[in-house]
Structures are given as C-alpha cells and as structure tokens.
Design a protein around this ligand. Structure first.
Ligand SMILES: [Zn+2]
Ligand SMILES: [Zn+2]
Length: 233
C-alpha cells in the first residue's frame, strides 16, 4: 500500500496502537482472553488480535472459543479484539487446509509461525505458510529473498517481534522487507502480563531493527488500514 503521506493516513485510520499477536489460556498464554484485553486496554492499546497456537488437534476448539469471545466482546469497550489464530509447527503441507478452515469459520487474523532460529521449526515452513491464506508471517528468522518477494506479492506482513530470542533476526527481516518492498508489522507475541510492553517500547523494537521513525509510522498506517478492513467485514 503506497501513499504519499503516511502520517495523515495514520490519523485517518486512528488505530495506531495495536498488537496482532498474543496468546491466552486457550493455548500457552497465562491470561484469559478478557483479562488479556483489559491488560492491553490499560496499557493504552486500541486493538489486539488473539492468536493462539493451533494445529489439527485443537483448531476446531480454539476457533470456536475465540469467535464466541469476540462476538460477545462489547463494542463500547476501549479496545477492539479481533479473532485470530497462529498455525504453529505444522508439517508444511498442513498450512493450506488449516488456514482455509480458519478463514471459513470467520477468523480474521491468521498467523503462520515462521522459521525462528530459537526453535526447531521444520525447514520449508516460511514458504508453505506464505503459500497459504495467512495474514502475518511471525518471526521468519533468516527469511530468503524469494520468500520476502512472495510475501510482498501476496500482501502478507512480515513480523518484527519484541519477543526475546525470536527477535534476534529482526534486523535481517527489516532490511530485506525494506529492500524488496514487503510490508512489516510490529508485534509482541505476548504470553504473560510482563510481555505487554508499552506502545513506546513497541516503537523501540522497530528502531532497534534499523527502521526510521518515518518507516515505523508507515507500518502503523498500513496495519491500521488492515485492522479496519478486517473489522468491517
Ligand atoms: Zn507460545
Ligand atoms: Zn506466537
């Protein structure tokens, strides 16, 4: 999404405090979805996506539970909650069918758990996730040029994360995305209350990855548009 004045668009799409990657008791997080939403609202956030870990064993349960939750989350609350999911450690060929399932059920933010160097992720996962109907490729490690180009072509966000260990390759991801024109997103991958950092500290994650403030503004802007598009559907 190009555009000459990202700052103006940020105002237009006023949601610029978001985190579209967090975990709850529905998988390996510590908080209930309501509790998490209240924590994020208190920290000054305007929108989150709850994206618990899923594979074939639990996708039906998580999808149903998070949709039930978001359907009942009052619109008058300070924070918007989007139903999401993180397809995690799948054999590569399972990304397509499970992304398709989640989308059909009404999940609005689909994350692929990328090839972080911090965990033994199956090689070929970045590519398989990008070929499926996902929105965000989380912590994609030493992502290749070809995969960055595919992300760009499909409009899939590449994630810069504040999560320890996964964040080791942020600078590589940022550099490749800027060079090849793919969209970036700044996320927390939060599991515990301590992982909920302030919006200011989120920006620092981008700065540490080598982005300028202007480039970070552009990210907020693009993600703001994405959130509005998904929320309106
Ligand atoms: Zn986790
Ligand atoms: Zn995660």
């Amino acid at each position: 999404m190009g555009g000459s004045n990202p700052l103006r668009r940020t105002k237009l799409y006023s949601i610029n405090m978001y985190n579209l990657h967090c975990h709850t008791l529905l998988s390996d997080g510590e908080l209930l979805p309501s509790e998490l939403a209240v924590h994020y609202a208190a920290a000054g956030y305007k929108a989150i996506a709850i994206t618990d870990h899923a594979d074939y064993s639990n996708i039906a349960f998580i999808t149903k539970a998070i949709l039930e939750f978001t359907r009942h989350w009052p619109k008058n609350q300070k924070i918007m909650v989007l139903p999401g999911i993180e397809l995690t450690h799948l054999p590569p060929e399972q990304f397509k069918p499970l992304a398709k399932y989640a989308r059909k059920e009404g999940i609005k933010v689909i994350i692929g758990h990328g090839e972080t160097l911090a965990e033994p992720v199956i090689p070929g996962t970045n590519r398989a996730a990008l070929e499926a109907d996902i929105d965000i490729l989380a912590h994609p490690g030493l992502i290749t040029e070809a995969d960055v180009k595919l992300a760009k072509k499909k409009g899939i966000f590449l994630e810069l994360t504040s999560r320890q260990n996964h964040s080791a390759t942020n600078a590589h991801v940022a550099e490749q995305a800027l060079k090849l024109g793919a969209c970036l997103i700044l996320n927390h991958d939060s599991h515990r209350p301590e992982d909920i950092i302030s919006p200011k500290d989120s920006i620092k994650v981008g700065l540490r990855a080598g982005l300028s403030q202007k480039e970070i503004d552009k990210i907020y802007c693009e993600v703001g548009i994405f959130i509005h598009t998904r929320a309106d559907k």
